[in-house]
Design a protein around this ligand. Structure first.
Ligand SMILES: *[C@@H]1O[C@H](CO)[C@@H](O)[C@H](O)[C@H]1NC(C)=O
Length: 262
């Protein structure tokens, strides 16, 4: 994986892949007559070889979605390709053409990319490649998973936490701004998880639009809210904090956070 990144967001890069391997599923189904609601069935995932991204892959598959994941390691390639419904391809998120090739044929993109590779912040440059490729290809549904502390949620975390994560938060904030600007007409969603824990999901995590909220959330629960947001058009063009009000946290009190209805 690309070097270290401390407590908050997930590293990973996965993407959508070979249109020639898996037939393109244009299957977007209108679910309601009152609003145009899409179900995205072939989903590109960047960051899916570990952490939150890996949980996202699992949950997409369990919902019957096809996944195209970009990975950088052989072992991750094999592991993900062994999952029915997943096509993993060896693509470095820093390689724009590679990302574009993998994303081609997918109808949505989810990126949980983070970390750094040498001088390059994958948080920004990898995510930028996903956003740019989606723009080029006309993939209008993009979910970017960043971190509490980014953008207008800076005030939700202490100076100490901010300082320890500053490089990542600055890079992720740049990616967020790019998504919001580049994607003026598209269906983007930004999800900023609180401090991450690895443990069984509680199923109690929420998305909130309140930018003062911080807290803890388990990786599996981040994936849960991300995958539920995917086909929920109420989440379009919105920025959310993802926290678990049932887990007490020294980062902040999320127990009274108002939940966005997913
Ligand atoms: C955000 O949450 C805080 C803490 O629960 C609360 O005091 C504040 O009123 C909320 N702000 C909005 C806009 O709901």
């Amino acid at each position: 994986m690309r070097s270290l990144f401390v407590c908050v967001s997930a590293l990973a890069a996965v993407s959508c892949v070979e249109a020639f391997l898996a037939p393109m599923s244009v299957a977007r189904t209108a679910r309601s007559s009152s609003s145009l609601s899409m179900a995205y069935n072939k989903v590109f995932v960047a960051g899916g070889s570990s952490g939150v991204g890996r949980e996202v892959v699992n949950q997409l598959v369990s919902k019957g979605k096809q996944v195209v994941a970009i990975v950088r390691r052989e072992d991750a390639l094999e592991e993900l390709n062994a999952i029915e419904g997943v096509t993993a391809v060896m693509v470095d998120a820093l390689d724009l053409k590679g990302v574009e090739g993998a994303l081609d044929g997918c109808d949505a993109a989810i990126t949980t990319l983070g970390g750094s590779s040498g001088e390059n912040r994958v948080d920004y440059e990898g995510n930028r490649n996903v956003i740019e490729s989606a723009g080029i290809l006309g993939v209008t549904r993009v979910i970017l998973v960043t971190s509490v502390g980014c953008g207008d949620s800076r005030g939700a975390i202490s100076d100490q936490v901010y300082t320890s994560l500053e490089k990542a938060l600055v890079a992720k904030t740049k990616a967020e701004k790019m998504l919001q600007k580049y994607y003026t007409n598209a269906f983007w969603t930004i999800i900023r998880p609180g401090g991450l824990q690895t443990a069984e999901g509680t199923g109690k995590a929420i998305l909130t639009e309140n930018k003062t909220i911080a807290g803890i959330i388990r990786r599996a629960d981040v994936a849960d809210v991300v995958v539920r947001a995917l086909d929920n058009d109420g989440t379009h063009k919105k920025v959310f904090t993802a926290v678990d009000p049932s887990i007490p946290s020294s980062f902040g009190d999320a127990s009274k956070a108002e939940a966005f209805p997913l």
